[in-house]
Design a protein around this ligand. Structure first.
Ligand code: SF4
Length: 292
């Protein structure tokens, strides 16, 4: 069910130094996600969203709040969106919160980094180009397999992997920095070098010059329960492999993580692809946590 709510805030300061995406702030315009990825960490109890797979909440006052919160900032930075929900889930096409937020970011001179699995982001290329004139405007497409059938099983509500590849090419052609978020690489399903190297190669062919990997996944409480239930449905026998390898552990690196990382770094160095992002704004002692 889609419901409307009034939020108290939409922006949060990123604690410490964000080595994955170089973010200074995080922004959530929705709560819940229509992509229903079977591995999604947002199901974890610590986020307090008991109805993650049932409801998507639209923060109807998000754009006004964002403008107010940005006005209060003493220094500009890069605002990330796409960690707890996908800002380009199908709903965005008619609600348009992400597009309106990009207009606000452009108006206040802030940068943006979008993580998404959807080619709907292409709709907002003109806005991203406007932001890029004064700051960072980068889009990371999450891509962990090139197999559309596997992607459909693990990310049932998201566009196919092939359309994400096309989106990377169109973003690059439009002068927007297109990256790949190669994460999470699911153990025993996606952690073959053939898969990883094909993603890097195909992304590079489409103009991608930054690929950020994580050769593993996290699993905890109800997220683990949900993931294991889906493994039983979709990949019979695999749950037992996970239980044997990880027990109740939270961090679940691929058994091949070290070898994958070494080969990945060699390949990316050869192609001139960056594998990490330097933060643009160091944490400041002057600016206290403004938004809780
Ligand atoms: S797109 Fe991201 S937030 Fe949405 S279900 Fe998938 S992993 Fe979770």
């Amino acid at each position: 069910m889609i419901r409307q709510i009034l939020a108290k805030n939409v922006l949060s300061r990123v604690a410490g130094v964000d080595t994955y995406f170089g973010l200074d702030y995080g922004m959530n315009l929705y709560r819940g996600c229509q992509h229903h990825c079977i591995y999604c960490d947002s199901r974890s109890k610590c986020y307090g969203n008991d109805r993650f797979d049932d409801d998507v909440l639209v923060k109807t006052n998000a754009v006004d709040l964002l403008a107010k919160e940005l006005r209060a900032k003493r220094r500009k930075g890069v605002v990330g969106t796409g960690s707890m929900n996908d800002p380009y889930m199908p709903l965005e096409e008619r609600v348009g919160l992400t597009r309106a937020a990009l207009e606000v970011l452009a108006g206040y001179g802030f940068g943006v980094h979008v993580v998404t699995k959807s080619d709907l982001v292409l709709r907002d290329i003109p806005l991203l180009q406007r932001i890029a004139r004064t700051s960072t405007a980068a889009v990371s497409l999450t891509l962990t397999t090139l197999d559309d059938e596997l992607a459909r099983r693990i990310e049932p509500g998201a566009p196919p992997a092939s359309s994400r590849l096309r989106a990377l090419a169109e973003l690059s052609a439009a002068g927007i920095e297109a990256r790949v978020a190669l994460m999470p690489v699911l153990p025993f399903l996606e952690d073959a070098w053939d898969n990883v190297s094909a993603i890097v190669r195909e992304a590079h062919r489409r103009g991608v010059r930054t690929v950020i990997p994580w050769f593993g996944m996290s699993l905890r409480d109800r997220q683990r329960t949900y993931y294991y239930r889906k493994l039983d449905e979709l990949f019979p026998g695999l749950r037992e492999q996970y239980e044997k390898a990880y027990g109740n552990g939270y961090m679940c690196p691929s058994p091949r993580a070290a070898a994958l990382r070494a080969s990945f770094e060699t390949m990316c160095t050869h192609l001139g692809v960056r594998t990490s992002v330097r933060p643009r704004l160091a944490p400041s002692a002057e600016e206290p946590e403004l938004f809780g």
